[in-house]
Design a protein around this ligand. Structure first.
Ligand code: SF4
Ligand code: SF4
Length: 99
């Protein structure tokens, strides 16, 4: 339960960073933001933030420039899919396996 500024109590929930724990080494790709394409960085003002809104792990900042906390990012790729400026590329994690 939360109390809004108007004094009403509501039952809305909000995600917390790291609720699913640190990601560890199983992630196979991570998001890389091109700040030359990212709208807040290009315009130097608070705008867009669709990636922040849709990230299920709440690990993208609503800042200029936008930052991703890779300790908790799960590599789902939703941010890259939702970005209207195509500013996010999913990059494969380096594999260190040797056979
Ligand atoms: S959705 Fe894309 S353009 Fe919008 S803030 Fe995120 S990275 Fe930048
Ligand atoms: S890949 Fe998924 S978990 Fe990682 S920042 Fe993007 S939306 Fe969030």
């Amino acid at each position: 339960m939360q109390t809004r500024g108007c004094g009403h109590i509501c039952g809305e929930s909000s995600p917390g960073i790291g609720e699913a724990g640190k990601t560890g080494e199983w992630r196979d790709s991570y998001p890389l933001i091109d700040h030359k394409k990212c709208i807040p960085a290009k315009q130097n003002k608070a705008a867009c933030f669709q990636c922040w809104l849709y990230c299920p792990d709440a690990v993208i900042s609503k800042t200029i420039p936008v930052q991703v906390d890779l300790e908790y990012c799960k590599g789902c790729g939703i941010c890259a899919e939702i970005c209207p400026a195509h500013a996010i590329t999913m990059v494969a994690e380096e594999t260190s396996c040797s056979s």
